[in-house]
Design a protein around this ligand. Structure first.
Ligand code: SF4
Length: 80
């Protein structure tokens, strides 16, 4: 993916958030919910989710989804 194709990332609601919220080394209670709350108000949620699903991102919250949620969604799509 080229930098131009990731241009949407500059418009992400998380651009001013602490990266630890989206990529925690040690998740804390409520961390996932707080990250998802940021995503829920993000203008580029669909772009972000599509990228993470297509790229197979295995870490972090992308597009309001955890790695496990993305893995399950990919698995569900593979059964169709
Ligand atoms: S959907 Fe979430 S992770 Fe993706 S750019 Fe928006 S705020 Fe950031």
């Amino acid at each position: 993916m080229t930098p131009a194709e990731l241009g949407w990332l500059r418009r992400g609601a998380c651009r001013t958030s602490d990266a630890e919220l989206f990529f925690p080394l040690s998740p804390t209670p409520g961390q996932e919910a707080r990250a998802k709350a940021v995503c829920s108000g993000c203008d580029v949620l669909a772009d972000c989710r599509e990228y993470a699903m297509r790229a197979g991102e295995t870490e972090g919250i992308w597009g309001g989804m955890t790695p496990d949620e993305r893995r399950r969604a990919r698995w569900a799509v593979s059964l169709q």
